[in-house]
Design a protein around this ligand. Structure first.
Ligand code: 0WE
Length: 271
């Protein structure tokens, strides 16, 4: 049998991530970028734990996780230090005290703040967005460090967006959160490098996730990428999955503190 990513493998034989253990945060449904990354890793033999936020999506995430033979699915509200610490204790328990891969695909801003003027962002919702979208990477990296050190090293990957470097209309507070996230990637890479833990980001162009479809003007953004990017095409979650597999693999052994653009080249254009 041949799937999209080549021949199916016998369990335990020959994949790029055979014997690797990973944790994926930020899967909400089958269209999530986190899920596209997870599928790719699982196809190549990784054993993956998952977290979800809120009972509303628990059943959906459990059934996705089950389809790739996950040993652990647990709730995590990344705003809670207690939750993050418990989750990494559970992960350590499931994986013999070691962890190789961490995928952080988490972000949140109040929908109201992705529409109007950035100027109007209230203080509480500004900090909520930075807490969930940026600080959560720091909290997870800190909790992952001993598990990855025990494994002899590891690879951490987060998702960012061009709106953290340039003003993208309506991206607003999420842009500020991504700027903090991008800087966090560099400082975490410096701190964790001596333990052979790499920290990188993928900057994806607009991907048609469920969250994205609720954003007014999303189709217009896709059309702009299709017209003005060097490759003249929009981005699929599977494109992000493939790039993620590279950054998480030993093929990227000397790649850290960097951002890989998966955006059809859009970021390089001036107009
Ligand atoms: O990072 C993102 C969006 C992440 C996101 C999406 C939502 C929708 C539902 C964060 N919070 C929420 N909150 C919700 O209530 N992207 C890179 C996709 C995106 O979102 C935009 C974009 C692009 C691109 C919003 C405005 C303008 C451009």
């Amino acid at each position: 049998m041949f799937g999209r990513h080549g021949p199916d493998r016998l369990p335990g034989v020959g994949g790029l991530f055979e014997g690797k253990r990973g944790l994926v945060l930020g899967v909400a449904n089958k269209r999530s970028i986190g899920w596209a990354i997870a599928q790719r890793l699982a196809d190549e033999g990784a054993s993956l734990a998952f977290t979800y936020q809120g009972e509303r999506i628990a059943d959906g995430v459990r059934s996705l996780a089950q389809s790739v033979g996950s040993p652990l699915v647990t709730e995590c509200d990344v705003r809670s230090d207690g939750d993050v610490e418990r989750v990494f204790r559970e992960v350590g328990g499931a994986f013999g005290g070691e962890l190789d891969l961490l995928v952080h695909a988490v972000a949140y801003a109040d929908a109201a703040d992705l529409e109007g003027r950035f100027t109007d962002t209230p203080r509480d919702r500004f900090w909520l967005s930075l807490d969930v979208s940026a600080y959560s990477l720091v909290a997870c990296a800190r909790a992952a460090e001993p598990l990855m050190a025990a494994a002899g090293g590891g690879s951490i990957l987060t998702m960012t967006y061009l709106g953290g470097e340039r003003a993208v209309p309506h991206y607003n507070v999420m842009g500020v959160a991504k700027a903090a996230l991008d800087a966090s990637v560099r400082y975490l890479a410096w701190d964790l490098g001596p333990k052979n833990i790499r920290v990188n980001a993928i900057s994806a162009g607009p991907v048609r996730t469920l969250a994205a479809r609720s954003i007014p003007g999303f189709s217009t953004m896709e059309a702009i990428v299709e017209e003005r990017s060097p490759l003249r095409r929009s981005i699929g979650a599977e494109d992000v999955g493939a790039a993620a597999a590279y950054l998480l693999s030993d093929g990227a052994a000397n790649v850290t503190a960097t951002t890989l653009y998966v955006d059809s080249g859009f970021h390089a254009m001036g107009l």
